[in-house]
Design a protein around this ligand. Structure first.
Ligand code: NAD
Length: 322
């Protein structure tokens, strides 16, 4: 039986990835600072460890019997939506960097066979909405719009360097904005689809919600099941260097609001306020991941149809307990 380690297994993508690997027949260890918030972890073993510490990384990467893991998935990060990314630059640069420096080193030294790193579309520069799609190599010359992107780019490079020195197979995915049930939906770290779903669930019919900026920023959103399919395919492929994973359905933030409102069955009006918006557009090719058989199965509307009811149930549960 193949053994996999999932770092960040208490988080949104990590907890879903653990479920998928279990369904695929793996023995799985999850590691995180915390247990998953919304359902019990499906992992065979779950260690609560701070992966900024080298010793904890060394403990995490040795499977039972002191054996190396067949596969390590590194998703742990100090992470959040645009509000968090712009207010916690030092935490992101320090914490995520420490995690990646120590995890890559510990994994390579322990003899890990395959190492997956979750990078981000934030490694790319700002774009104009009508620019042609960027390919992976256009991450260089590097000019990410925020420190989160710079940290990801640096950590991609650490992983590649250790891969070269130690013969560890390294796979680097650059995730597009990903959403789905059981993602952070309140507290300041939530991303746009969850934050807007919460606001719309809280609003009355015909109500007004506030959004940061003028709502024209263009984005694409990937449903969690599509992303997991991409992660597993990429990990078992021979694709080296950064690989984009994301659905190419581009919408403005205003259109995202209207999609969620449509699923909610509500008329919603938008009030634009000052706030961190991020890049004007994100527009990148999925040719490399498509070449290994990946394609997105969930339209934005389909994905929101699974996500909004979950966020709404969280909002209602919170109201009942207040
Ligand atoms: P998340 O915040 O839900 O999960 C990250 C997990 O890492 C959290 O559970 C957190 O507790 C854990 N963690 C943080 N510091 C830690 C530490 N010191 N030791 C151990 N665990 C620690 O985020 P997510 O959305 O599941 O993202 C997973 C990965 O994918 C991250 O690396 C993120 O940067 C990347 N990513 C996500 C998206 C997205 O849209 N969700 C987009 C691009 C890239």
């Amino acid at each position: 039986m193949n053994k996999a380690l999932v770092c960040g297994a208490g988080g949104f993508i990590g907890s879903h990835l653990v479920k998928k690997l279990k369904n695929d027949g793996y023995w799985v260890r999850g590691v995180d600072l915390k247990y998953p918030e919304f359902s019990e972890s499906a992992a065979d073993e779950f260690l609560v460890l701070d992966l900024r510490e080298q010793g904890n990384c060394e403990q995490a990467v040795l499977a039972p019997g002191e054996e190396p893991f067949d596969e390590v998935y590194q998703l742990a990060a100090d992470m959040g939506g645009m509000g968090f990314i712009h207010s916690a630059e030092c935490e992101i640069m320090r914490n995520s960097c420490l995690i990646n420096v120590h995890m890559t080193h510990a994994s390579a030294k322990s003899g890990t066979k395959r190492y997956f790193f979750s990078s981000s579309a934030c490694v790319y520069r700002d774009m104009e909405p009508d620019e042609p799609e960027l390919s992976e190599e256009e991450a260089y010359p590097a000019f990410p719009d925020n420190e989160y992107g710079w940290e990801k780019l640096y950590s991609e490079r650490i992983a590649m360097a250790y891969g070269r020195r130690y013969g560890m197979v390294v796979r680097l995915a650059r995730f597009q904005n990903t959403y789905g049930p059981e993602g952070t939906w309140q507290g300041g770290r939530e991303k746009a689809p969850a934050a807007l779903s919460r606001k719309i669930a809280e609003a009355e019919e015909g109500g007004v919600i506030e959004i940061w900026g003028d709502g024209s920023a263009m984005r694409a959103y990937t449903f969690i099941d599509d992303l997991l399919d991409g992660i597993i395919r990429l990990m078992h492929s021979d694709l080296e260097d950064g690989v984009n994973i994301g659905r190419q359905e581009y919408v403005s933030v205003n259109e995202l609001v209207q999609t969620i409102a449509g699923v909610a069955g509500k008329t919603i009006h938008i009030k634009h306020i000052e706030g961190p918006v991020g890049v004007k557009a994100r527009n990148f090719t999925a040719d490399r991941i498509a070449a290994i058989g990946w394609s997105s199965k969930f339209s934005l509307r389909d994905g929101i149809s699974q996500t909004y009811p979950w966020v709404k149930s969280q909002v209602e549960q919170t109201r009942r307990s207040e």
